[in-house]
Design a binder for this molecule. Structure first.
Ligand code: PNW
Length: 483
């Protein structure tokens, strides 16, 4: 049992790191300046402006490429310990390959990193946050086995230049978004096993880069390397055998597929996922399972290839067996689960995001049980609203999730830090600026992209100072009370 049934004041320990996150495509703008080449998001948004909710894309975004000093000023106002941002591959290697290294691109990140360190803010650098160079996508992107070497080449350039200054590295952001929502999207019409082929090579690319750092940089620079997975909690819709099975299956397909190769005792993809996909593939008349196998060497490379688990957690889903027919073959068809939210959970501006703070606690406890208490860094958690700076809802959600995290810590989670998504409103992919995640509001109509703090930013600053999220802001109906 758990819950704030006592009057105890719980605080995050000294040394616990509070930060905020952004990503390159979503904030930088300057999409073709100083030698930067085209990424898949540049290509897609230019070819299909009608696909973006309000037609605001990353061409200018928050203009952080020119305004990074204002960003660091905001980080100082908040008093954060770290800032998680991503590097655009297309700024560093315009051809995608190591044959041409773009010094101007490197200098942008160097200036940002130096500005952060000047104020004692630790940079946490993500190498890949969805913005594949178009030149490499044309060669298959993450489905081409050679991407493992290309990604390693790119990482080496960054480690060579920044390992002395950057102590926290994240290889990949949310492989499942890249592979399943990207390559698995029927609208994109990719080849039939693009989704799982991507899963295999994106994981191997991660592991290769982990080993590169481990072998050539770690002893000297003492940094750590992790990967950020989207780990939302999945519960049965209600307690029936069928729903329990559906929830467990969904956790294996959405979490286990990425966790198992890195953190389980025996490595490899989960047995359950392997056998379901193999059986389906056979029925579909395929000669091989759509899920590629991992060799003994690959399993070994992957096992233990992270110093911490980067956990991106936003919401909880409730599972029942699938009700609709899905295109076959597809990930959705393999999964065979229908996901909804609790009817009473407060809604955000994003259709997939509802408030269920108990889920972050359950996700942490489940990870402890399944994977033996890995070090965890919350690398994203956030809430979307419309415009406006009086964001009471975001305050309630932020404090409730932090309160829930303190209970997870009490129950053994080795939690290193928390990173709010996001420092400021930014380009929310296909949603444009119609869904806002910022602790600062950004005025996308102003030439200088004025940033003004929201109530949630002021509250977060107070929490960082006091290390105490309280539970006074948590509406009583959201007190944690789940058995
Ligand atoms: C993350 N879900 O994606 C991304 O890493 C960010 O770039 C993005 O801006 C942020 O969340 C807000 O959307 C997610 O369905 C997309 O649970 C979908 C989910 C979670 C995270």
């Amino acid at each position: 049992t758990y819950g704030y049934t006592d009057n105890k004041v719980r605080r995050f320990k000294d040394g616990f790191m509070f930060g905020v996150a952004t990503s390159a495509y979503q904030i930088e703008g300057a999409w073709n300046e100083d030698g930067k080449s085209e990424s898949v998001w540049d290509r897609y948004t230019h070819a299909h402006p009608e696909d973006i909710a309000d037609r605001i894309n990353g061409d200018v975004a928050c203009d952080s490429y020119h305004r990074y000093k204002r960003d660091v000023q905001m980080l100082r106002e908040l008093g954060v310990d770290h800032y998680r941002f991503s590097v655009a591959w297309t700024r560093i290697l315009p051809t995608g390959f190591k044959d041409e290294i773009n010094e101007e691109g490197l200098r942008y990140y160097e200036n940002l990193i130096d500005e952060l360190l000047k104020y004692n803010i630790q940079p946490m650098v993500t190498l890949y946050h969805f913005d594949m160079p178009q030149s490499l996508q044309d060669l298959g992107g993450w489905t081409n086995p050679l991407i493992v070497n290309w990604f390693e080449d790119y990482a080496r350039v960054l480690f060579d230049r920044f390992a002395s200054k950057v102590k926290y590295w994240i290889t990949i952001n949310q492989p499942s978004s890249v592979c399943v929502d990207g390559f698995g999207d029927p609208a994109l019409n990719v080849k039939e096993n693009g989704d799982y082929t991507c899963v295999k090579y994106i994981l191997l690319a991660h592991a290769k880069v982990y080993r590169l750092y481990e072998n050539q940089f770690k002893s000297k620079h003492k940094g750590s390397v992790g990967i950020s997975l989207d780990i939302n909690w999945i519960d049965p819709y209600n307690k029936t055998t069928e729903n329990d099975e559906a929830a467990e299956r969904a956790r294996s397909f959405k979490i286990g597929l990425y966790m198992n190769p890195i953190w389980s005792k025996h490595g490899d993809f989960p047995d359950k996922v392997k056998s379901i996909i193999a059986k389906k593939s056979e029925k579909q008349g395929l000669e091989q399972s759509r899920l590629p196998s991992l060799s003994a060497d690959e399993i070994k490379l992957l096992k233990g290839s992270a110093d911490f688990l980067g956990m991106n957690h936003y919401t909880t889903f409730l599972a029942t067996p699938a009700r609709d027919e899905h295109k076959s073959p597809s990930f959705a068809d393999d999964l065979g689960v229908h996901l909804t939210h609790g009817a009473e959970w407060i809604a955000s501006k994003s259709p997939w995001l509802k408030n269920a703070p108990y889920g972050i606690y359950k996700a942490c406890v489940n990870i402890n049980q399944e994977y033996d208490y890995p070090p965890v860094f919350i690398t994203e958690h956030g809430w979307s609203t419309g415009p406006g700076r009086r964001d009471t809802r975001r305050v309630a959600v932020l404090t409730a999730y932090l309160a829930a995290l303190l209970l997870a810590v009490e129950d053994g989670t080795e939690l290193k830090g928390y990173t709010a998504w996001s420092l400021m409103d930014n380009v929310e992919w296909r949603a444009g600026t119609s869904e806002r995640f910022g602790l600062y509001e950004v005025d996308f109509d102003s030439a200088n992209r004025t940033r003004l703090v929201r109530t949630s930013g002021l509250v977060y600053k107070h929490i960082i100072e006091s290390r105490d999220p309280g539970d006074g802001w948590m509406p009583s109906s959201y007190r944690i009370n789940v058995s």
